[in-house]
Design a protein around this ligand. Sequence first.
Ligand code: TYD
Ligand code: MG
Length: 467
Amino acid sequence: MAKARTQFVCQNCGTVHSRWVGKCEGCGEWNTVVEEDPMGGIGAGPGKVPKKGRPVALTTLSGETEEAPRIHTGIAELDRATGGGFVRGSAVLIGGDPGIGKSTLLMQSAAALSRRGHRIIYVSGEEAVAQVRLRAQRLGAHETDVLLAAETNVEDILATVGEGKRPDLVIIDSIQTLWSDTAEAAPGTVTQVRTGVQAMIRFAKQTGAAMVLVGHVTKEGQIAGPRVVEHMVDAVLYFEGDRGHHYRILRTVKNRFGPTDEIGVFEMSDMGLREVSNPSELFLGERNAKAPGAAVFAGMEGTRPVLVEVQALVAPTSLGTPRRAVVGWDSARLSMILAVLEAHCGVRLGQHDVYLNVAGGYRISEPAADLAVASALVSSLAGLALPSDCVYFGEVSLSGAVRPVAHTAQRLKEAEKLGFSQAVLPAGSADLPKGTGGRWNEIEGLPDLVARIAGSKNALTRQDEDV
Ligand code: TYD
Ligand code: MG
């Protein structure tokens, strides 16, 4: 018989190594590789007695199908992120940093669903019943029929939720606390987490209950992160936000039953999470329109336009290598914009520190933000405030050209709705709204943008001379 070999599994990404290494080759994280027993659990290989296969009936792609049956929570931002509500018989993973508000969100959803007459079971593996009750009271959820259990053993949980009438939705908070008798590894390891999650998914598929699994994003090794089960579930949502800010964003990264680029926006208050149906107003709330270095970006999140302020500070450096610090955007992308400004526009930033910040703790992932970033940088360097009623969007290429981006009409409509009457956007943008009174300034390349901003300087000095 082959000797049972131990294996070394990265707790962040699940990569299997044959020996212990300090840095995982799969994801590059340090100190995340731990020894696990490969016997039992998923990935243990075939059982001892190979079973003879049984042929299954093959079918075609055409045929009768029905819409996935959904459970609506009535919380519009949550329903939007899930693509129209939780799907029966499916498993959804909600990941996020500890303390970001996952349990709060799910307790509020459970209460909302329960009020609509659904049978909801909330299994807490992290907090005792009394703690969960306290939170429920604070959220005004205590007078609903949500059923509660504090349990971490997979077999016990399955026996509990399988008893009596079928639940419509089961919430497991969190997958890292699950442990099964069938897996040998310690609780919290990849093997335990995967075994537990697979058992929950099987329960969802068999009974038609929707399963919501909470997973903490872990920075340290030893405890498996939500990434290791992403491939097993039907949908993955990440709840993110900045601890220093109240906004929380529920972002869809995988969805077998809906779109993946939707977001739901919430605000954390002392009464729990509040829906934010117009995020732009929130992100632009505390704007100082007269300060140089601020540009409003007209962005898109899925089907929804979002306006946010990009702030830049360009200051002479006292260091040999100037600093580049970015919050809320990709730092590689910032380096690219700086290089294009240097190479094609004659904007010298080599002797300057550059700080870039996206207001409100928001994170931009769209390349369309290039033009807004470039505007903020040039505005800060020149010490000239940009017009307060102007939005910016467009992708910048390495040649310095500004390329059109999708959804021009929607971006401009949102901007107009919030009182912006000008836009700087790429030449050749399709579907520009006509006759709305807005001034849409189309530019071909980044040098045009720099000339516009520098041109406003001439205008200002001329004005000064007149006075
Ligand atoms: P929680 O839902 O426990 O986070 P997670 O389950 O993701 O670990 O939320 C924890 C934070 O939210 C905690 O720091 C307190 C804050 N909070 C409020 O500000 N208001 C509230 O009404 C609640 C319930 C929590
Ligand atoms: Mg929690």
